[in-house]
Design a protein around this ligand. Sequence first.
Ligand SMILES: C[S@@+](CC[C@H](N)C(=O)[O-])C[C@H]1O[C@@H](n2cnc3c(N)ncnc32)[C@H](O)[C@@H]1O
Length: 267
Amino acid sequence: MSGESFLLPDDRLIEVEPYRVLAGIYDQVMSHVDYSAWTDFVLDVLADHGLPSEYGEPPPTLLEAACGTGSTAIMIALRGYNVDAFDGSPRMIAAAEAKAKSIPGRPRFKVADFMTRGTGKTYDAILCLYDSVNYISAERSLGDFFKLVRDQMRPGGLFLFDVCTEYNSLRHFAGVEQVEYLKGASYQRVMSYDPRAGIQRNRFFIRLDKSPGDVYVEQHIQKIYSLETVRRQIARAGMDIAEETDNLIRKPPHAESTRVHFLCKRK
Ligand SMILES: C[S@@+](CC[C@H](N)C(=O)[O-])C[C@H]1O[C@@H](n2cnc3c(N)ncnc32)[C@H](O)[C@@H]1O
C-alpha cells in the first residue's frame, strides 16, 4: 500500500522521538519474533562459553542493554538468572515494567542511554539484542559503547549482541513500505537504505484508534556496520570474539547473513 493511501488529507502529522508511540504497540508489531527461541539460543551460547548455571548460588548476573519492552529480560529472569536491564526510551521501560509486574524475581529495569557509565557493578554476561547496536550512529561511538560494556563485565565475562547486515538492508529494507492493522492502532512503515552512508531509515506513521485524525511520525535511523568494523571495535575494546553466528544458526556468517551475533569475552 502506498504512503498516500495510508495517510488521509486531513491527518495531523505529529513528529515524536523514536519509540514514544511505537512503545505502546511494539509487542504487537514484534509478534512474529519468537523471543522464547531467541532466549534459548542466548542461554545456550552463553552456557557453552562458560556462563554459570542458573541453578548456581548466587545465581549468575546478567545485564541487558536496550532491553525494549523487556521480553527477553523477563524470560531470562524466569529461568532463575539475576537480571538488570535498561533502555533509552522511558516508554519502552514503562511497558517492560508493566509486563513484569507480577513476575517473581523480575528484572530491575531502568531508563539509561547506551553511553551511560556503569555503577561499578560487574556482570557474568551482558546482552544487547535485536539490532539495538545499530542505533549507535558512528564507529567511534560503537567503540565507546563496547568499552563501557567491557568495564561492566567481570574478567572472563561474556557479551552477546547482534547487528543487522548490509545484505539485510539491501535485500529486505530498501524502498519497502508496509501497512499493518493491529488491535487499537495501525501503522505504515516506510523503509529506505542509503548504501553510501550505510544508513537504514525507517519512518513509522502510527494511527491510534482513539484519535484517528492524529498520525504520529517516528524516524528510526540505524547505522549498518560492516562486520570488519564491528570486529575492529571489539578488539579495540579489549575483548576477544569467541563465536560469530549466522542469525540464530550456530555457524559462521556468510555473504547472505541478515543478522550476525557476536559472542565476546573480556580478556
Ligand atoms: C529494535 S529495539 C530492540 C529492543 C529489544 N532488545 C528487543 O529485543 O525487542 C531497539 C531498542 O534500542 C533502544 N535504544 C535505541 N537507542 C538507544 C540508546 N541510545 N540508549 C539506550 N537504548 C537505546 C530503543 O529504545 C529500543 O528499545
